[in-house]
Design a protein around this ligand. Structure first.
Ligand code: NAD
Ligand code: MG
Length: 332
Protein backbone atom coordinates (compact mmCIF):
# COMPACT_ATOMS: atom_id res chain seq x y z
CA UNK A 1 0.00 0.00 0.00
CA UNK A 2 1.06 3.56 -0.54
CA UNK A 3 -0.08 6.90 0.81
CA UNK A 4 0.93 8.89 -2.26
CA UNK A 5 -2.41 8.30 -3.99
CA UNK A 6 -5.96 9.10 -2.98
CA UNK A 7 -6.99 5.55 -3.88
CA UNK A 8 -5.30 2.54 -2.34
CA UNK A 9 -2.84 0.69 -4.55
CA UNK A 10 -1.90 -2.88 -3.66
CA UNK A 11 1.23 -4.79 -4.59
CA UNK A 12 2.58 -8.33 -4.28
CA UNK A 13 3.51 -7.89 -0.62
CA UNK A 14 -0.11 -6.96 0.23
CA UNK A 15 -1.53 -10.11 -1.36
CA UNK A 16 -1.55 -13.68 -0.07
CA UNK A 17 -1.83 -16.19 -2.88
CA UNK A 18 -2.92 -18.89 -0.41
CA UNK A 19 -6.35 -17.20 -0.49
CA UNK A 20 -6.86 -18.59 -4.00
CA UNK A 21 -4.42 -21.54 -4.20
CA UNK A 22 -6.73 -24.19 -2.81
CA UNK A 23 -9.72 -23.03 -4.86
CA UNK A 24 -10.95 -24.19 -8.24
CA UNK A 25 -11.47 -21.32 -10.67
CA UNK A 26 -13.81 -21.61 -13.66
CA UNK A 27 -12.90 -19.31 -16.53
CA UNK A 28 -15.96 -18.94 -18.76
CA UNK A 29 -14.82 -17.90 -22.24
CA UNK A 30 -11.39 -18.17 -23.82
CA UNK A 31 -11.05 -14.86 -25.65
CA UNK A 32 -8.81 -11.90 -24.97
CA UNK A 33 -9.11 -11.94 -21.16
CA UNK A 34 -10.16 -15.59 -20.72
CA UNK A 35 -7.05 -17.20 -22.21
CA UNK A 36 -4.73 -14.86 -20.28
CA UNK A 37 -6.43 -15.39 -16.90
CA UNK A 38 -6.63 -19.16 -17.38
CA UNK A 39 -2.96 -19.58 -18.35
CA UNK A 40 -1.62 -17.18 -15.70
CA UNK A 41 -3.69 -18.79 -12.93
CA UNK A 42 -2.57 -22.27 -13.98
CA UNK A 43 1.09 -21.16 -14.03
CA UNK A 44 0.57 -19.71 -10.53
CA UNK A 45 -0.53 -23.12 -9.28
CA UNK A 46 -4.28 -22.50 -9.18
CA UNK A 47 -6.66 -25.27 -10.29
CA UNK A 48 -8.36 -23.95 -13.45
CA UNK A 49 -11.22 -25.29 -15.51
CA UNK A 50 -12.20 -23.47 -18.71
CA UNK A 51 -15.94 -23.38 -19.43
CA UNK A 52 -16.78 -23.42 -23.14
CA UNK A 53 -19.74 -24.49 -25.24
CA UNK A 54 -19.45 -27.89 -26.93
CA UNK A 55 -19.39 -26.11 -30.30
CA UNK A 56 -16.70 -23.60 -29.31
CA UNK A 57 -13.69 -23.26 -31.58
CA UNK A 58 -11.60 -22.32 -28.54
CA UNK A 59 -11.82 -25.80 -26.96
CA UNK A 60 -8.90 -27.11 -28.98
CA UNK A 61 -6.73 -24.06 -28.23
CA UNK A 62 -7.34 -24.34 -24.48
CA UNK A 63 -6.67 -28.07 -24.43
CA UNK A 64 -3.50 -27.63 -26.47
CA UNK A 65 -2.20 -25.43 -23.63
CA UNK A 66 -2.85 -28.24 -21.18
CA UNK A 67 -5.96 -26.67 -19.68
CA UNK A 68 -8.96 -28.69 -18.57
CA UNK A 69 -12.13 -27.82 -20.54
CA UNK A 70 -15.75 -28.44 -19.57
CA UNK A 71 -19.11 -26.88 -20.45
CA UNK A 72 -19.87 -23.60 -18.64
CA UNK A 73 -22.42 -25.42 -16.46
CA UNK A 74 -20.02 -28.22 -15.47
CA UNK A 75 -17.20 -25.77 -14.87
CA UNK A 76 -19.38 -23.55 -12.66
CA UNK A 77 -20.59 -26.61 -10.73
CA UNK A 78 -17.13 -27.70 -9.65
CA UNK A 79 -15.63 -24.24 -9.19
CA UNK A 80 -15.39 -22.07 -6.09
CA UNK A 81 -14.73 -18.96 -8.19
CA UNK A 82 -16.58 -18.45 -11.46
CA UNK A 83 -15.19 -15.73 -13.71
CA UNK A 84 -17.46 -14.40 -16.48
CA UNK A 85 -15.09 -13.73 -19.35
CA UNK A 86 -17.52 -14.11 -22.23
CA UNK A 87 -18.57 -10.90 -24.06
CA UNK A 88 -20.62 -8.55 -21.88
CA UNK A 89 -23.66 -8.86 -24.14
CA UNK A 90 -23.54 -12.68 -23.85
CA UNK A 91 -23.06 -12.82 -20.05
CA UNK A 92 -26.76 -12.60 -19.08
CA UNK A 93 -27.48 -15.71 -21.19
CA UNK A 94 -24.55 -17.68 -19.78
CA UNK A 95 -25.69 -16.60 -16.31
CA UNK A 96 -29.08 -18.26 -16.91
CA UNK A 97 -27.25 -21.52 -17.65
CA UNK A 98 -24.98 -21.46 -14.61
CA UNK A 99 -26.88 -19.64 -11.87
CA UNK A 100 -28.13 -22.85 -10.26
CA UNK A 101 -24.56 -24.11 -9.93
CA UNK A 102 -23.36 -21.41 -7.52
CA UNK A 103 -23.32 -22.47 -3.88
CA UNK A 104 -23.27 -20.29 -0.79
CA UNK A 105 -19.72 -19.01 -0.31
CA UNK A 106 -18.77 -19.26 -3.97
CA UNK A 107 -17.56 -16.22 -5.87
CA UNK A 108 -19.00 -14.78 -9.05
CA UNK A 109 -16.32 -12.68 -10.67
CA UNK A 110 -16.13 -10.21 -13.53
CA UNK A 111 -13.56 -8.18 -15.45
CA UNK A 112 -16.08 -5.40 -16.18
CA UNK A 113 -19.05 -4.29 -14.09
CA UNK A 114 -21.72 -3.58 -16.73
CA UNK A 115 -24.09 -6.50 -16.07
CA UNK A 116 -24.01 -6.17 -12.29
CA UNK A 117 -24.20 -2.39 -12.22
CA UNK A 118 -27.11 -2.20 -14.66
CA UNK A 119 -28.97 -5.15 -13.12
CA UNK A 120 -28.64 -7.59 -16.02
CA UNK A 121 -27.26 -10.24 -13.67
CA UNK A 122 -28.73 -10.48 -10.17
CA UNK A 123 -26.68 -12.89 -8.09
CA UNK A 124 -28.05 -14.48 -4.90
CA UNK A 125 -27.06 -12.79 -1.64
CA UNK A 126 -24.98 -15.69 -0.31
CA UNK A 127 -22.22 -15.48 -2.94
CA UNK A 128 -19.33 -13.03 -3.18
CA UNK A 129 -19.35 -10.78 -6.24
CA UNK A 130 -16.00 -9.27 -7.19
CA UNK A 131 -14.20 -7.72 -10.12
CA UNK A 132 -10.58 -8.12 -11.11
CA UNK A 133 -10.08 -6.06 -14.24
CA UNK A 134 -6.64 -5.79 -15.82
CA UNK A 135 -6.30 -2.34 -17.40
CA UNK A 136 -4.91 -3.98 -20.49
CA UNK A 137 -5.88 -6.29 -23.36
CA UNK A 138 -5.49 -9.99 -22.63
CA UNK A 139 -2.46 -10.70 -24.78
CA UNK A 140 -0.46 -8.20 -22.68
CA UNK A 141 -1.80 -9.71 -19.44
CA UNK A 142 -0.29 -12.98 -20.63
CA UNK A 143 2.90 -11.63 -22.22
CA UNK A 144 3.90 -9.47 -19.24
CA UNK A 145 3.21 -12.34 -16.82
CA UNK A 146 5.56 -14.60 -18.78
CA UNK A 147 8.28 -11.94 -18.39
CA UNK A 148 7.76 -11.79 -14.60
CA UNK A 149 6.05 -8.46 -15.05
CA UNK A 150 2.39 -7.57 -14.88
CA UNK A 151 -0.28 -5.16 -16.02
CA UNK A 152 -2.04 -2.80 -13.59
CA UNK A 153 -5.50 -3.90 -12.55
CA UNK A 154 -8.65 -2.86 -10.72
CA UNK A 155 -10.23 -4.70 -7.81
CA UNK A 156 -13.80 -4.15 -6.61
CA UNK A 157 -16.10 -5.95 -4.22
CA UNK A 158 -19.83 -5.71 -4.89
CA UNK A 159 -20.98 -8.37 -2.47
CA UNK A 160 -18.99 -9.73 0.47
CA UNK A 161 -20.95 -12.72 1.74
CA UNK A 162 -17.89 -14.66 2.90
CA UNK A 163 -16.13 -11.74 4.55
CA UNK A 164 -13.10 -12.82 2.47
CA UNK A 165 -14.09 -11.35 -0.87
CA UNK A 166 -11.40 -8.67 -0.96
CA UNK A 167 -8.56 -10.97 0.15
CA UNK A 168 -9.57 -13.61 -2.39
CA UNK A 169 -9.85 -11.00 -5.15
CA UNK A 170 -6.41 -9.63 -4.34
CA UNK A 171 -4.98 -13.16 -4.39
CA UNK A 172 -6.59 -13.70 -7.80
CA UNK A 173 -5.08 -10.42 -9.00
CA UNK A 174 -1.70 -11.66 -7.76
CA UNK A 175 -2.11 -15.00 -9.53
CA UNK A 176 -2.70 -13.28 -12.87
CA UNK A 177 0.26 -10.91 -12.32
CA UNK A 178 -1.55 -7.64 -11.60
CA UNK A 179 -0.09 -7.00 -8.13
CA UNK A 180 3.37 -6.93 -9.73
CA UNK A 181 2.34 -3.65 -11.40
CA UNK A 182 -0.22 -2.40 -8.89
CA UNK A 183 -3.90 -3.01 -8.15
CA UNK A 184 -6.23 -0.07 -7.59
CA UNK A 185 -9.29 -0.51 -5.40
CA UNK A 186 -12.52 0.75 -6.95
CA UNK A 187 -16.25 0.02 -7.04
CA UNK A 188 -18.40 -1.57 -9.77
CA UNK A 189 -20.15 1.77 -10.23
CA UNK A 190 -16.95 3.77 -10.64
CA UNK A 191 -15.36 1.23 -12.98
CA UNK A 192 -18.43 1.03 -15.24
CA UNK A 193 -19.20 4.73 -15.37
CA UNK A 194 -15.62 5.87 -15.99
CA UNK A 195 -15.06 3.07 -18.52
CA UNK A 196 -18.17 3.86 -20.57
CA UNK A 197 -17.60 7.60 -20.39
CA UNK A 198 -13.97 7.25 -21.41
CA UNK A 199 -14.62 4.99 -24.37
CA UNK A 200 -17.52 7.14 -25.62
CA UNK A 201 -16.31 10.69 -25.03
CA UNK A 202 -12.54 10.39 -25.31
CA UNK A 203 -10.95 7.14 -26.43
CA UNK A 204 -13.07 5.43 -29.04
CA UNK A 205 -15.82 7.89 -29.88
CA UNK A 206 -14.13 11.22 -29.24
CA UNK A 207 -10.87 10.44 -30.99
CA UNK A 208 -12.33 8.88 -34.15
CA UNK A 209 -14.84 11.70 -34.50
CA UNK A 210 -12.11 14.31 -34.10
CA UNK A 211 -9.94 12.56 -36.69
CA UNK A 212 -12.82 12.32 -39.18
CA UNK A 213 -13.85 15.93 -38.62
CA UNK A 214 -10.27 17.14 -39.15
CA UNK A 215 -9.86 14.98 -42.25
CA UNK A 216 -13.16 16.17 -43.75
CA UNK A 217 -12.44 19.82 -42.99
CA UNK A 218 -9.18 19.64 -44.94
CA UNK A 219 -10.54 17.53 -47.82
CA UNK A 220 -13.67 19.71 -48.18
CA UNK A 221 -11.40 22.75 -48.39
CA UNK A 222 -9.59 21.17 -51.35
CA UNK A 223 -6.49 19.67 -49.72
CA UNK A 224 -5.41 16.20 -50.77
CA UNK A 225 -6.84 13.25 -48.83
CA UNK A 226 -3.32 11.86 -48.46
CA UNK A 227 -2.08 14.98 -46.73
CA UNK A 228 -5.23 15.04 -44.58
CA UNK A 229 -4.70 11.41 -43.59
CA UNK A 230 -1.12 11.94 -42.48
CA UNK A 231 -1.93 15.12 -40.63
CA UNK A 232 -5.08 13.98 -38.83
CA UNK A 233 -4.61 10.24 -38.29
CA UNK A 234 -1.08 8.99 -38.84
CA UNK A 235 0.63 11.63 -36.69
CA UNK A 236 -1.83 11.06 -33.87
CA UNK A 237 0.16 8.02 -32.79
CA UNK A 238 3.37 10.01 -32.45
CA UNK A 239 1.61 12.57 -30.27
CA UNK A 240 -0.14 9.98 -28.11
CA UNK A 241 3.10 8.04 -27.61
CA UNK A 242 4.72 11.18 -26.18
CA UNK A 243 1.74 11.81 -23.88
CA UNK A 244 1.81 8.19 -22.75
CA UNK A 245 5.52 8.33 -21.98
CA UNK A 246 5.74 11.67 -20.23
CA UNK A 247 2.40 13.41 -20.03
CA UNK A 248 1.29 16.52 -21.83
CA UNK A 249 4.50 18.39 -20.98
CA UNK A 250 6.68 15.82 -22.73
CA UNK A 251 4.50 16.22 -25.82
CA UNK A 252 4.54 20.03 -25.70
CA UNK A 253 8.31 19.98 -25.17
CA UNK A 254 8.81 17.73 -28.20
CA UNK A 255 6.77 19.66 -30.76
CA UNK A 256 7.77 23.05 -32.17
CA UNK A 257 7.00 26.24 -30.27
CA UNK A 258 4.61 27.12 -33.07
CA UNK A 259 2.73 23.84 -32.63
CA UNK A 260 2.69 24.36 -28.89
CA UNK A 261 1.36 27.93 -29.06
CA UNK A 262 -1.21 27.06 -31.74
CA UNK A 263 -2.37 24.00 -29.85
CA UNK A 264 -2.59 25.69 -26.48
CA UNK A 265 -4.59 28.62 -27.84
CA UNK A 266 -6.86 26.77 -30.31
CA UNK A 267 -7.49 23.28 -28.89
CA UNK A 268 -10.30 24.30 -26.61
CA UNK A 269 -12.40 25.50 -29.55
CA UNK A 270 -13.00 21.98 -30.82
CA UNK A 271 -14.15 20.47 -27.54
CA UNK A 272 -17.80 20.46 -26.55
CA UNK A 273 -17.78 20.17 -22.76
CA UNK A 274 -21.56 20.27 -22.50
CA UNK A 275 -21.70 17.35 -24.91
CA UNK A 276 -19.28 15.49 -22.65
CA UNK A 277 -21.45 16.18 -19.62
CA UNK A 278 -24.48 14.86 -21.48
CA UNK A 279 -22.60 11.68 -22.33
CA UNK A 280 -21.69 11.24 -18.66
CA UNK A 281 -25.30 11.81 -17.62
CA UNK A 282 -26.51 9.17 -20.08
CA UNK A 283 -24.05 6.73 -18.54
CA UNK A 284 -24.99 7.62 -14.96
CA UNK A 285 -28.77 7.54 -15.40
CA UNK A 286 -28.70 4.25 -17.30
CA UNK A 287 -29.99 5.69 -20.59
CA UNK A 288 -27.00 4.42 -22.57
CA UNK A 289 -27.23 0.98 -20.97
CA UNK A 290 -30.95 0.68 -21.76
CA UNK A 291 -30.31 1.73 -25.36
CA UNK A 292 -27.47 -0.77 -25.83
CA UNK A 293 -29.43 -3.62 -24.24
CA UNK A 294 -32.47 -3.07 -26.48
CA UNK A 295 -30.20 -2.58 -29.50
CA UNK A 296 -28.80 -6.05 -28.82
CA UNK A 297 -32.25 -7.53 -28.33
CA UNK A 298 -33.24 -6.12 -31.74
CA UNK A 299 -30.16 -7.73 -33.36
CA UNK A 300 -28.19 -4.46 -33.55
CA UNK A 301 -29.80 -2.50 -36.43
CA UNK A 302 -28.24 0.88 -35.56
CA UNK A 303 -24.88 -0.67 -34.68
CA UNK A 304 -24.72 -2.27 -38.13
CA UNK A 305 -25.55 1.01 -39.86
CA UNK A 306 -22.95 3.02 -37.96
CA UNK A 307 -20.36 0.35 -38.59
CA UNK A 308 -21.07 0.32 -42.32
CA UNK A 309 -20.82 4.12 -42.53
CA UNK A 310 -17.47 3.96 -40.76
CA UNK A 311 -16.29 1.28 -43.16
CA UNK A 312 -17.38 3.36 -46.18
CA UNK A 313 -15.67 6.57 -45.03
CA UNK A 314 -13.04 7.91 -47.41
CA UNK A 315 -10.39 7.86 -44.67
CA UNK A 316 -10.52 4.05 -44.63
CA UNK A 317 -9.72 3.75 -48.32
CA UNK A 318 -6.96 6.38 -48.18
CA UNK A 319 -5.52 4.81 -45.05
CA UNK A 320 -5.42 1.34 -46.51
CA UNK A 321 -3.29 2.59 -49.41
CA UNK A 322 -1.01 4.74 -47.30
CA UNK A 323 -0.38 2.26 -44.51
CA UNK A 324 1.40 0.04 -47.01
CA UNK A 325 4.12 2.68 -47.10
CA UNK A 326 4.70 1.98 -43.42
CA UNK A 327 5.02 -1.78 -43.53
CA UNK A 328 8.66 -1.51 -42.54
CA UNK A 329 7.42 -0.09 -39.22
CA UNK A 330 5.89 -3.41 -38.23
CA UNK A 331 9.15 -5.27 -38.64
CA UNK A 332 11.19 -3.54 -35.98
P1 NAD B 1 -13.67 -11.74 -26.14
O1 NAD B 1 -14.71 -11.26 -27.07
O2 NAD B 1 -12.25 -11.58 -26.48
O3 NAD B 1 -13.86 -13.28 -25.82
C1 NAD B 1 -15.01 -13.83 -25.38
C2 NAD B 1 -14.94 -15.34 -25.44
O4 NAD B 1 -16.20 -15.81 -24.97
C3 NAD B 1 -14.83 -15.93 -26.84
O5 NAD B 1 -13.51 -16.07 -27.26
C4 NAD B 1 -15.48 -17.28 -26.64
O6 NAD B 1 -14.57 -18.18 -26.04
C5 NAD B 1 -16.56 -16.98 -25.63
N1 NAD B 1 -17.90 -16.77 -26.22
C6 NAD B 1 -18.23 -15.91 -27.22
N2 NAD B 1 -19.55 -15.99 -27.49
C7 NAD B 1 -20.06 -16.89 -26.63
C8 NAD B 1 -21.35 -17.40 -26.42
N3 NAD B 1 -22.41 -16.99 -27.16
N4 NAD B 1 -21.52 -18.30 -25.42
C9 NAD B 1 -20.48 -18.73 -24.68
N5 NAD B 1 -19.22 -18.28 -24.85
C10 NAD B 1 -19.01 -17.38 -25.80
O7 NAD B 1 -14.00 -11.05 -24.72
P2 NAD B 1 -13.02 -10.19 -23.80
O8 NAD B 1 -12.64 -8.95 -24.52
O9 NAD B 1 -11.97 -11.08 -23.23
O10 NAD B 1 -14.05 -9.74 -22.66
C11 NAD B 1 -14.37 -10.56 -21.56
C12 NAD B 1 -14.66 -9.66 -20.37
O11 NAD B 1 -13.48 -8.94 -20.03
C13 NAD B 1 -15.72 -8.60 -20.66
O12 NAD B 1 -16.47 -8.40 -19.49
C14 NAD B 1 -14.89 -7.37 -20.98
O13 NAD B 1 -15.58 -6.16 -20.71
C15 NAD B 1 -13.76 -7.55 -20.00
N6 NAD B 1 -12.52 -6.83 -20.30
C16 NAD B 1 -11.95 -6.91 -21.54
C17 NAD B 1 -10.76 -6.27 -21.78
C18 NAD B 1 -10.08 -6.37 -23.13
O14 NAD B 1 -9.10 -5.68 -23.34
N7 NAD B 1 -10.52 -7.22 -24.07
C19 NAD B 1 -10.12 -5.53 -20.76
C20 NAD B 1 -10.69 -5.50 -19.50
C21 NAD B 1 -11.90 -6.15 -19.28
MG1 MG C 1 -13.01 -0.59 -21.71
Amino acid sequence: MTDEFTTEIYYDEDADVSNIEDKTVAILGYGSQGHAHALNLADSGVDVVVGLRKSSDSREAAEAEGLRVATPTQAAREADVVNMLVPDTVQPYVWEDIREELEAGDTLQFAHGFNIHYGQIEPPEDVDVTMVAPKSPGHLVRRTYERDEGTPGLLAVYQNASDQAFEEGLAYAQAIGCTRAGVIETTFQEEVETDLFGEQAVLCGGVTEMVKAGFETLVDAGYSPEMAYFECLNELKLIVDLMYEGGHMEMWNSVSDTAEYGGLTRGEEVIDREGMEEILEGVQNGEFAREWISENQANRPAYKQYRQAEQDHQIEEVGERLRELFEWGDQE
